[in-house]
Design a protein around this ligand. Structure first.
Ligand SMILES: [Zn+2]
Length: 175
């Protein structure tokens, strides 16, 4: 187990554009994947991107499951590793949903973000093999949120600020 502290907004790496991974199978990339999975699970997140553990490379992981913050998961989705991901299609239809972030006040703030309801994402998996996923619901939201991290964007850049609530309010009333 290797749990890394979640870097926070205000730290440079959170606002930098992450670099392409040259070799998905090298030690460095594989270590980042392990650290992301352990840290995501430890921090009760449904996704986590490499800049959030201080590494400026284009890698993120998702795992749609019940957490402290997400109590009603209608469609769980197993662990996925995305290396050099690209969103190749976005639906015109938008969806509004709550987001928080391990890098924004350590998940102490939640608010509504409007995003395309469905996306198609292409990436390499942890073995360096290409795959394509068509995502809807929370997985689509997580993929877009994590993709933003690779481009130096965080959810509060796009949040409806009047919808912001603190962690306790969110967990007790809106999870
Ligand atoms: Zn985040």
């Amino acid at each position: 187990m290797s749990i890394k502290r979640a870097t926070q907004i205000g730290e440079g790496v959170i606002r930098q554009k992450a670099a392409l991974v040259k070799n998905a199978l090298d030690k460095k990339a594989q270590q980042i994947i392990k650290d992301l999975v352990d840290s995501m699970r430890h921090d009760n997140l449904v996704g986590m991107a490499a800049p959030q553990i201080g590494r400026g490379l284009r890698i993120f992981v998702t795992e749609i499951r019940q957490t402290t913050y997400r109590k009603n998961i209608s469609k769980p989705d197993p662990l996925r590793v995305f290396i050099n991901p690209r969103i190749v299609w976005r639906s015109k239809r938008k969806a509004i949903g709550y987001e928080g972030c391990g890098s924004v006040a350590s998940s102490a703030l939640f608010g509504l973000v409007k995003r395309p309801a469905s996306v198609i994402c292409r990436a390499l998996d942890k073995n360096g093999e290409p795959f394509t996923v068509r995502a809807t619901g929370l997985l689509a939201r997580a993929i877009q949120h994590e993709m933003d991290h690779l481009n130096g964007i965080v959810f509060i850049d796009q949040v409806s600020t009047k919808s912001l609530v603190d962690k306790e309010t969110y967990i007790n009333g809106r999870g």
